[in-house]
Design a protein around this ligand. Sequence first.
Ligand SMILES: [Zn+2]
Length: 413
Amino acid sequence: MSEKYPKLITRFLRDVKINTRSNEESKTIPSDPKEVAFLKNLAAELQEMGVSDVQTMKDGYVFAKLSANGVDNAPTVGFISHVDTADFNSENVNPQEVKNYDGQSIIELGDSGFSLDPKVFPNLHNYKGHDLITTDGTTLLGADDKAGVAEILALIDYLIEHPEVKHGPLAFGFGPDEEIGRGADNFDVKAFGADFAYTVDGGPLGELEWETFNAAGAKIDIKGQNVHPGTAKDTMVNALQVAIDLHNALPDNERPEKTEGREGFYHLCDLTGTPDEAKMAYIIRDHDKEAFEAKKAKLQAIADELNKGFGQERVSVHLQDQYHNMGDILKDKQEIVAMAERAMKKQNIEPVVEPVRGGTDGSKITFLGLPTPNLFAGGENMHGRFEFVSKQVMEQVTDVLLEIVQEASEMTK
Ligand SMILES: [Zn+2]
């Protein structure tokens, strides 16, 4: 349908049908052979498109480059997306097209009995007149982040087919395992060769993110002392009771369901056990670095206090940092955020800049030395059967990428 980006939607519809779900349980990188196969095809496609410099890295990333066209001394801009999909059924994705949506009807998702109802998903009201792509209700869609992949490829096509568009050097990266939080762990910043980059992995129109949580995981092992409950007085230490006591000692209002904006939390995400032994798992999140450190210290202090009461170590806490707030670095790189905002405004898109209550590949890549805010890719209701995306918004994303390329070509290094 788009004359400007003729392959944008056909490629997207082709790619979402390919299962690339990453696998949390796997120890390999990429975590699943399905991702390796997809990335291999992607590398071949980039070559067919006429990109001369295509490289598959050890960690599965496919890097591609376009050299400068008629512009000297401009910085190298990178665009990055991930090819894996979230932890939800991704087998036999069967995208449904809704042409010229009226902004208020209920959309039935195939024969699944599930539907997109604007009463439940008021974001549908924003799509009057749009052509939507939805699931058939049995799988996710995978617009997160195959929309990003298709948009970046459409940008590359456009630049190759329009040599009259002058631009500086460009770098493109497509990677695995974002959804399991590992894909960018070994991102090779040097080989990528950009001065700054954007992940194209955000949600609806205008989204622009440069602040994320600081994130840690805590695994807690609790040793009890189990005896017959009939003769337990002053002897039994019920590991499950210790777990409950530990949890109750945490601040009651610092839970995901009670926080928003920049407020951080402790999220109890696993609790299993018997009176003899118990295991707990938390994720700890906070935008503010000091508050984040204080949250970790508090959990440890509660465990120490419990152990003191027992006179021995019954509660052991294993904390591991997962990613850091890229805002701590990007606050000093606001010119690249401003560039994205200008690009959007030139396309009559109002930027929506909000701190992410999560992380992105950009959090890791930024800390590896390449400043990388996150741009909208267009998807809505990600990670499940209610996911959908508008074709027109996908075109707008590509327009913004093209605008950023032109903005950057006017900069000098
Ligand atoms: Zn994503």
